[in-house]
Design a protein around this ligand. Structure first.
Ligand code: NDP
Length: 447
């Protein structure tokens, strides 16, 4: 066993026994530990401060009941959580996810990853994540609004603009953020930026909706540029049909790439020469109507394959933008067999540990979500400053700032991930973020 693996095993065995029952959290922390334990052990202050152990244990986990009435007047009960990971470099910051399958395991891993992602942005943002096991599918708009209001009644005492600033995530988009913000402002009796992802008419930032997808493409451009290549005419397979997937697709198309696939839980739409703008608009319509993908109207030249994934088609680049653990070893092998040489994560941890092993074995250049999808939280950071200053930036200003932040993240990650013949982006991201967190933790003492 090499030094890094030995230190990782030693570190994992030092975690509380209960944490070993959280497979996603253990997967995320194992990947980080493999890269950073040698860095920690080479610095006496960081070793003494037990930096990674402190980051592995969230500052607090808030768990609460959400009680609300459905349209028939029946009482419904859901479970809500907020995991406040670390506020050592700024107020807690991270999205809220509403999904029946959400577990504390997911939120622990996401909050941990968020601390690293936010550190990479260079902005003063701590890490958190939250959500509820609420399924919005099949619910009316007024049921969703009442759920959001009930959720916020329980969460409001724990958040605020300098304390903890939630944003959207899966199934929490602009409408839900509107309901959550309205409920918070009424309860707190304040008009402040306690949430990001707000609408433009009440304190939101231009380009926030598009930021994660656009940022992913700016990061991809920086990777390609470093390799002496360009985005133009590259065939890109994208999973998902949500916020991240659609905006990544739109930006990639605008910059001359061919987006050959998009998907959802029902299947994949595919066009070997690239989907048209019309096809993308149709996908957006299905998403906002809450409908699954299916056969396309005749006017659109693309096919729908039920149950298929975007990785089953020839492509140069893969951008998983749907959900965690969507690329296992078989899917990774399919990507390799179909010619993919670069994968950048739009979703959080979409690649399993086995999937990663396959990508590495075949020398696929890999960019982890904590670096490649940081554009969303970066623009949330800009939304927080705009709200505090009561001065709002134009869409061009925000887009230019986003490009600058993604280029800076790419530079930071490339520096720490330098290796002969290229960049190990996963290691670079973990080490660069860890250094910033470790230096803040040791500067602030034993807390
Ligand atoms: P959305 O809710 O807007 O969309 C998610 C989409 O993924 C849905 O259309 C869903 O399909 C689809 N999906 C879920 N599971 C699968 C699967 N196994 N196979 C194919 N499609 C699937 O979410 P977002 O776009 O906001 O988020 C996507 C990912 O990006 C998440 O991991 C999130 O944490 C991450 N992320 C999001 C950010 C943001 O700013 N929104 C910021 C950084 C990361 P269906 O419609 O059938 O349910």
């Amino acid at each position: 066993m090499d030094r890094s693996s030995a230190l990782t095993e030693q570190f994992l065995s030092s975690l509380p026994q209960a944490d070993h029952a959280l497979p996603n959290f253990i997967q995320a922390i194992r990947e980080v530990a493999t890269d950073v334990m040698t860095v920690e052990k080479n610095n006496a202050d960081w070793t003494a401060a037990r930096v990674l152990n402190r980051l592995a244990e969230p500052d607090r986990v808030i768990s609460f009941r959400v009680t609300w009435e459905d349209d028939d007047g029946a009482v419904q009960i859901n479970r809500g959580w907020r995991v406040q990971g670390s506020n050592v470099i700024g107020p807690y910051k991270g999205g809220l996810r509403f999904h029946p399958g959400v577990t504390l395991d997911d939120l622990r891993f996401l909050a941990f990853e968020q601390c690293f992602k936010n550190a990479l942005t260079g902005l003063p943002l701590g890490g958190a994540k939250g959500g509820a096991d609420f399924d919005p599918r099949g619910r009316s708009r007024s049921e969703i609004m009442r759920f959001c209001q009930a959720f916020m009644r329980a969460l409001a005492p724990f958040i605020g603009p300098d304390k903890d600033v939630p944003a959207g995530d899966i199934n929490v988009g602009t409408e839900e953020i509107g309901n959550l913000f309205g409920a918070w402002a009424q309860q707190a009796g304040l008009y402040q930026g306690a949430l990001t992802g707000k609408g433009l008419s009440y304190g939101g930032s231009a380009v926030r909706t598009e930021a994660t997808g656009y940022g992913l493409i700016y990061f991809l451009q920086a990777m390609l540029e470093r390799m002496g290549e360009a985005l133009e005419d590259k065939r890109i397979a994208i999973s998902g049909k949500g916020n991240v997937a659609r905006h990544a697709a739109a930006k990639a198309m605008a910059l001359g790439a061919k987006v050959i696939a998009l998907s959802d839980t029902a299947g994949t739409i595919h066009a070997a020469d690239g989907l048209s703008r019309d096809a993308l608009d149709w996908v957006a319509e299905r998403k906002s109507a809450g409908e699954s993908l299916g056969p396309l109207p005749n006017r659109i030249d693309a096919e729908f394959a039920e149950g298929a994934t975007p990785w089953e088609y020839p492509a140069d680049i893969a951008l998983p933008c749907a959900t965690q653990n969507e690329i296992d070893a078989d899917q990774a092998q399919a990507l390799v067999d179909n010619g993919v040489t670069l994968l950048a994560e739009g979703a959080n941890m979409p690649t399993t540990a086995d999937g990663l092993r396959v990508l590495r074995k075949h020398s696929v250049t890999y960019a982890p979500g904590k670096a490649a999808n940081a554009g969303g939280v970066a623009v949330s950071g800009l939304e927080m400053s705009q709200m505090s200053q009561r001065r709002f930036m134009s869409a061009d200003e925000v887009d230019t700032a986003l490009k600058g932040i993604m280029a800076d993240i790419h530079a930071r990650v490339s520096e720490d991930g330098q290796r002969s013949g290229g960049v190990n982006y996963a290691r670079g991201a973990n080490v660069a973020a860890y250094r910033r967190l470790a230096s803040a933790i040791t500067a602030q003492g034993v807390l």
